[in-house]
Design a protein around this ligand. Structure first.
Ligand code: EPS
Length: 376
């Protein structure tokens, strides 16, 4: 299975492609559109979100609402044209953005050119691909959910996330009622205060982290055949491709405990092999172990600052301030959709790799037959 994303931030459209998707999968456009709307939301999003009202166009690989086995192509139009001052050549890079590193590689003098690919606009296509993957996973009773765990210095204690895993549906509703996608009302309120008191007041930006869970994941998905393609290797690769991500952690975050404390003991309950806890985060040796997958993702603060940092004009080498270009103050709430998307894409790939890629019904039968025979 292969995923591709193309399109310029201020060109006519963004496009996502999935190759190797089985035939017979029903794809619901409304469900994709709801995810696109979720990606546009969140306290601290920039002006571009008022310009766009994202909606998907399924342009290939679907016949009468069902996949045909051909590549599925999802298109999202862009309403925003280039900002007015982007028409002037820009030679001053923003520290932390891709301006300087892309200039060093591609050697085009107008730094505006790099914004087309380095803008997070392409994540609209990622959210659309992720929604298809989530629709695929529901057939296998697998569900993927993301929540904001921290913004700036305000964070959710891990014990609350243990509580949340006992009743995902209730917390999803609470998350969707929060302006910052944090399901704990009082902490959500503190996060909003943090955005107002720090990001808005100081004309700066804030980073944070998300927790992403996958439930209903059977043990034995993935493979150790290619060590660079193990499920945890792929989590590193796919999650790190999301803009602003600087770190990804699987399972229990405090690794200062002993081996005795860290490993998850086996137990046998109601005819099922289980664990007494889940520090491994659902993956052992690169293969799923049947517990919830738990991924923490760390986002740096967005690099475009209204109160700009020192920079250098790459042409004249004169010291100057970095330019301010329309941007977001905080993207962590929106990023919950993206971490869900990449985790769903990885799990869809593992199911297709393990159980064949021709027809969804045949894959479903093979999958449930294996696990009912193994009593898992
Ligand atoms: C974004 C689109 C971009 C930015 C932002 C997120 O649109 P524009 O550049 O026209 O304002 O708002 O991108 C960045 C964070 C960035 O650094 O470029 C989006 O659709 O998510």
């Amino acid at each position: 299975m292969e995923f591709k994303i193309v399109g310029d931030s201020h060109g006519p459209f963004m496009m996502g492609l999935i190759e190797g998707i089985p035939a017979g999968l029903t794809i619901d456009k409304e469900t994709i559109d709801a995810e696109l709307r979720r990606r546009q939301k969140g306290y601290g999003r920039g002006e571009r979100m008022h310009i766009e009202s994202d909606e998907v166009d399924i342009v290939s690989g679907v016949w009468n609402g069902m996949t045909t086995g051909a590549p599925v192509v999802l298109m999202i139009g862009n309403k925003a044209a280039n900002p007015i001052d982007a028409k002037k050549e820009r030679t001053v890079p923003r520290p932390g953005h891709g301006d300087y590193s892309a200039w060093a590689k591609y050697e085009l003098t107008d730094l505006n050119a790099y914004t087309e690919r380095n803008s997070a606009r392409w994540t609209a296509a990622l959210a659309a691909l992720g929604s298809v993957a989530k629709q695929f996973l529901t057939i296998f009773d697998v569900h993927v959910m993301g929540f904001v765990a921290s913004i700036g210095k305000v964070h959710v204690d891990d014990t609350l996330f243990d509580e949340l895993q006992k009743d995902f549906d209730a917390y999803i509703e609470k998350r969707d009622n929060s302006l910052v996608a944090c399901p704990f009302e009082d902490i959500s309120e503190c996060m909003i205060q943090e955005i107002e008191n720090v990001a808005f007041k100081e004309a700066t930006t804030l980073g944070g982290s998300t927790k992403t869970f996958a439930t209903g994941v059977k043990p034995g998905l993935g493979s150790y055949s290619n060590v660079f393609n193990k499920v945890d290797s792929k989590i590193g690769r796919y999650f790190m491709s999301i803009p602003s991500v600087k770190g990804v952690h699987i399972g229990h975050e405090d690794v200062s405990c002993t081996g005795f404390e860290f490993q998850d003991p086996f137990t046998y309950e109601n005819g099922r092999i289980k664990r007494t806890k889940n520090f491994a985060g659902g993956i052992e040796a690169g293969i799923t172990n049947g517990e919830n997958i738990v991924v923490t993702t760390y986002f740096k603060p967005i690099s475009t600052l209204a109160n700009p940092l020192n920079s250098i004009d790459l042409e004249t080498k004169e010291r100057c301030k970095a330019p301010y270009i329309r941007s977001d103050s905080v993207i962590v709430p929106a990023a919950t959709v993206l971490t869900e998307s990449v985790l769903a894409m990885i799990l869809m790939e593992e199911i297709v790799d393990g159980f064949g890629n021709d027809n969804i019904e045949l894959i479903r039968q093979r999958y449930f037959e294996k696990y009912s025979q193994m009593d898992l």
